[in-house]
Design a protein around this ligand. Structure first.
Ligand SMILES: NC(=O)c1ccc[n+]([C@@H]2O[C@H](COP(=O)([O-])OP(=O)(O)OC[C@H]3O[C@@H](n4cnc5c(N)ncnc54)[C@H](O)[C@@H]3O)[C@@H](O)[C@H]2O)c1
Length: 356
């Protein structure tokens, strides 16, 4: 079953179940199985074909179409959910009510109210609710965070992110729910909180009513702004983020295997002394371009290991916990509302939900 030795003999070892074995679930399964601290006992999918495939890959694994079997098995300590977004809430709720820690793929749920409910149940039951914001576990995003926090880039001005390709069109969600959670989770992580307002311009070219291209503008406190362009309708695969600070600028290209991050010592300085407005001038700085060394470990392994670490240590604060998942769902839901209103900026927090 496991790719490693005797699981029971390892302190803090956890037995894991995986629900949903389509495209992404098998990656979770492989990583939990390869970690010395966890072993996957059970997996669930509605498709016989997928279950047969998982059984062929892992002959010792138990498979079932009833996800409840994983929750009812007293040996299963934790469950990872990688099913379509509309099913995240009922499945994660059943896991938490059954006393199991749960990792839910991004986005945590398809509605703010559902995410709030999951956070409340997890907190009430003392269980770990974890969100699969995989990008915050990448070495590149961690490097960006370290540079920003160390003041290397100066004061953060703005971030601009492009995540586009041809497809893959999803059946149950629009492109904002599908792709923007990656960028929003990166922004929230880098800027240490959620935006104040969100504004979105989006279009549905291929299927009526299901947006396939969107431009989001997130206004964070301290005058920081982020622009996120997501699309299923683009000729090129682009995964590129630019982060501009008062001292330096940085470009993160996730498709570049060798130079994921480039830090540009470029900037604009306002000359402090001038006598008349006509003499006001700027000086441009063109310094070195540095490519920091980034380790090439699998982010999902880091994420799965951190999930188990948080289960084992109450004091461990998840880098992508339930509240981080909720914060991203808030942005996405408001972004979709803004798109329906033609791009109107909407506050993330409403003073009173009942008053609208
Ligand atoms: N973190 C990442 O980078 C990343 C990448 C891809 C997908 N995802 C997320 O993973 C989730 C799944 O995406 P996917 O691309 O693997 O989708 P998918 O459609 O390929 O797979 C989903 C699987 O869930 C199964 N399923 C549906 N309802 C079920 C139920 N009630 N019980 C058991 N199995 C059930 C389906 O049969 C299917 O095999 C989504 O939330 C997606 O956003 C995350």
């Amino acid at each position: 079953m496991s790719d490693h030795g005797t699981p029971g003999s390892i302190d803090g070892h956890k037995t894991v179940g995986v629900i949903g074995c389509g495209y992404w679930g098998p990656n979770l399964l492989r990583n939990f199985n390869q970690l010395p601290i966890s072993t996957v006992k059970y997996c669930s999918d509605l498709s016989d074909e997928r279950l047969e495939h998982m059984k062929a890959l892992y002959p010792g694994i138990l498979v079932t179409k009833r996800f409840e079997d994983l929750i009812e098995d007293p040996e299963v300590d934790a469950i990872a959910v990688a099913t379509p977004v509309s099913t995240h809430y009922p499945i994660a709720k059943a896991c938490l009510e059954g006393g199991t820690h749960v990792l839910v793929e991004k986005p945590l749920t398809g509605k703010i109210s559902e995410a709030e409910d999951l956070v409340a149940i997890a907190e009430r039951n003392g269980l770990v609710l974890f969100t699969g914001h995989t990008f915050v576990y990448t070495a590149a995003v961690q490097k960006m965070k370290d540079l920003l926090d160390a003041g290397e880039l100066g004061e953060a001005f703005y971030m601009s992110s492009t995540r586009v390709n041809l497809g893959l069109f999803q059946e149950d969600i629009n492109v904002i729910w599908d792709l923007a959670p990656h960028d929003i989770s990166i922004c929230n992580y880098l800027f240490g909180g959620q935006p104040v307002t969100v504004s979105t311009y989006a279009k549905s070219y291929i299927r009526p009513g299901i947006e396939d291209v969107a431009f989001l503008v997130l206004q964070y406190p301290q005058n920081v702004v982020a622009h996120v362009h997501v699309s299923w309708l683009d000729p090129c695969k682009i995964r590129r983020t630019t982060l501009v600070g008062s001292k330096k600028m940085l470009v993160y290209d996730d498709t570049n295997p060798l130079e994921k991050i480039r830090v540009y010592d470029k900037g604009v300085d306002v000359q402090p002394h001038y006598d008349t407005f006509g003499e006001f001038h700027l000086s441009y700085r063109f310094g070195d371009i540095v490519v920091p060394k980034i380790h090439s470990g699998e982010p999902l392994k880091e994420e799965c290991g951190h999930f188990i670490e948080c289960i084992n240590d109450n004091a461990c604060e998840p880098r992508s916990g339930g509240r981080d998942g909720l914060a991203v769902v808030k942005v996405v839901e408001r972004a979709c509302e803004s798109a329906k209103l033609g791009g109107a900026p909407l506050p993330l927090e409403r003073s009173s939900e009942g008053s609208e």
